[in-house]
Design a protein around this ligand. Structure first.
Ligand SMILES: Cc1cc2nc3c(=O)[nH]c(=O)nc-3n(C[C@H](O)[C@H](O)[C@H](O)COP(=O)(O)OP(=O)(O)OC[C@H]3O[C@@H](n4cnc5c(N)ncnc54)[C@H](O)[C@@H]3O)c2cc1C
Length: 324
């Protein structure tokens, strides 16, 4: 059995692949486990052990794979039962889960089952001087960054937002893989699937290297932004005002309730720079902001600021880039 007090990462599967956030967490968790002086264990659940062997190449000390041919889709009750049964005897100090839809569902259930604390949706993770795991979350509407610890119960369960850590590369020396076979039947599931229509994301801004982002100042004219984005090979992002107004899809929202991005370059047009928005671009390499208000807070987050009406500025840029 795995030694107690380890850092565990739940690697969520999506078919034969892992959710990118799970690998992002694994990459960062190595340094957390080292700082806590403990082992790093990756835990996954699925119908076969192929992907688990792939996980073993991500600088982990051990992989635990719960495997059964029936485990082809997520089920709240069943996954909670399986993870509880695996985690209880292993007594981890920390359990990190990607803040995906299923990950958030699972984390809350598990926290109740294991009578422990859950820090939800962290944007950063560190080990403090007292060797405690600290999860940082934007609090009070984004006005502050709150550091949350879970000192009295374990495991400290934490869900991590997609895109906050870089994707690691696999290494050459694989870790040991331990397979657990629960032998299930259909009664183990808490739900029955009647039909299934997959809906993929139209875009994943966490992977985009160049972004053009529009806010209320665009007045809904995203065609103009799309022309600029096309010229510079960028994806289009938006503030909450723009997505709430239905100008672009919800997946394009950047910020505290949207996605956290880390593009090399981001051009922000007609956004005021509310902290709930800027938390989603603070890891960008170079920030260009256009706003007609010289006192707009977005200029504090910008490397290059242009004061003016975004319409003629974007049109001129598109003309010149088009010619180039
Ligand atoms: C709990 C909570 C979570 C939130 N999460 C998010 C989130 O994830 N993402 C997010 O974006 N917001 C979020 N918000 C909302 C956030 O507080 C702001 O309201 C929002 O980001 C403002 O969007 P905006 O900058 O587009 O609009 P505004 O704040 O109205 O700013 C519009 C800007 O455009 C400029 N402008 C207008 N016309 C022009 C023009 N022609 N040319 C140039 N500039 C022009 C104006 O000067 C102004 O600065 C959240 C709020 C709360 C309370």
């Amino acid at each position: 059995m795995t030694a107690s007090g380890a850092v565990w990462v739940y690697a969520e599967r999506h078919g034969d692949a892992f959710r990118p956030v799970s690998l992002e967490i694994l990459g960062h968790a190595r340094s957390l486990a080292d700082a806590l002086g403990t082992k790093l264990v990756a835990l996954t659940v699925g119908a076969d052990d192929g992907p688990a062997r792939e996980l073993a190449r991500y600088s982990v000390d051990e992989v635990v794979a719960v495997e059964d041919p029936l485990l082809v889709r997520y089920d709240t009750k069943l996954y909670t039962d399986l993870l509880e049964n695996t985690l209880r005897p292993s007594d981890p100090a920390v359990l990190l889960i990607g803040a995906t839809r299923d990950g958030q569902d699972l984390a809350g259930r598990l926290a109740v089952r294991l009578r422990t604390g859950l820090t939800a949706h962290v944007t950063s993770l560190e080990v403090d001087a007292e060797k405690r795991l600290v999860g940082w979350v934007p609090g009070f509407g984004g006005g502050i960054e709150a550091g949350v610890v879970c000192p009295e119960r374990r495991p400290a369960i934490v869900t991590v937002r997609p895109g906050v850590f870089p994707l690691p590369s696999p290494t050459t020396s694989p870790a040991e893989v331990r397979i657990e076979r629960p032998s299930l039947d259909a009664t183990a599931f808490g739900s029955r699937r009647l039909s299934f229509e997959p809906k993929g994301l139209s875009v994943d801004l966490t992977r985009s290297e160049v972004l053009v982002v529009g806010g209320r100042g665009t007045e809904g004219d995203f065609t103009r932004l799309q022309r600029l984005a096309h010229c510079i090979g960028a994806e289009v992002g938006a503030t909450r005002v723009a997505t709430d107004s239905g100008w672009v899809e919800r997946e394009r929202m950047i910020g505290q309730t949207g996605v956290v991005t880390h593009p090399k370059v981001v051009v922000i047009l007609g956004a005021s720079g509310a902290v709930q928005f800027t938390v989603g671009i603070e890891k960008a390499g170079f920030v260009i902001a256009v706003n007609r208000d010289p006192d707009a807070p977005i200029f504090e987050a910008a490397d290059l600021g242009i004061v003016g009406d975004l319409g003629p500025i974007v049109d001129r840029l598109v003309d010149q880039l088009g010619e180039a």
